[in-house]
Design a protein around this ligand. Structure first.
Ligand code: OFO
Length: 176
């Protein structure tokens, strides 16, 4: 069984991952309305991934004979100033998630919960990858520059990332 403190921390993490899933879904919707098909597809995939992150923790908490709680989700923003501000917000949110995971890792050491520590290693690696991906997207956007004409090129760049991720997923499935 998890300690009460760990159960609470993991339930808060469930809520954070769930919020990320809804935030990215809202971003996907906005991108679709703006005609940014590549960005919309990207955000839909991110949203689905975050739901998966939430469920992994959810199932882990119950598996440890503790109580996983379905979180209340606050309303995410519905509109975004630009593609740049949207990706800046994603990056900022991912940094927040990383900080929260690191805090729980710290709690694992403090309470000698090495089972949860082992479980969280996947998240530590995932956050490193996510932050690096978002930083590379922001770098590309900065190189292209802002403005209405740039949007087409930004969307094309995100489409390239979508294609690479789909190819990686397909390769993973073949190997399995
Ligand atoms: Fe699950 O927070 Fe992003 O990856």
């Amino acid at each position: 069984m998890l300690s009460k403190q760990m159960e609470k921390a993991l339930n808060e993490q469930i809520a954070l991952e769930a919020y990320a899933s809804f935030l990215y879904l809202s971003m996907a919707s906005w991108c679709e309305l703006e005609g940014l098909e590549g960005c919309a597809k990207f955000m839909h995939r991110q949203s689905a991934e975050e739901r998966d992150h939430m469920l992994r923790i959810f199932n882990y908490v119950n598996e440890r004979d503790s109580h996983a709680l379905t979180p209340q989700i606050k309303q995410p923003p519905l509109k975004f100033k630009s593609a740049v501000t949207l990706f800046e917000q994603v990056y900022k949110h991912e940094q927040k998630v990383t900080a929260s995971i690191n805090k729980i890792v710290g709690l694992c050491y403090k309470t000698d919960d090495f089972t949860t520590l082992h479980f969280l290693q996947w998240y530590v690696e995932e956050q490193r990858e996510e932050e690096a991906l978002m930083r590379s997207i922001l770098d590309r956007i900065n190189i292209i520059g802002e403005g209405p004409q740039s949007l087409y090129y930004i969307d094309q760049e995100i489409e390239k990332i979508n294609a690479a991720e789909e190819a990686a997923e397909a390769a993973g499935e073949e190997a399995a």
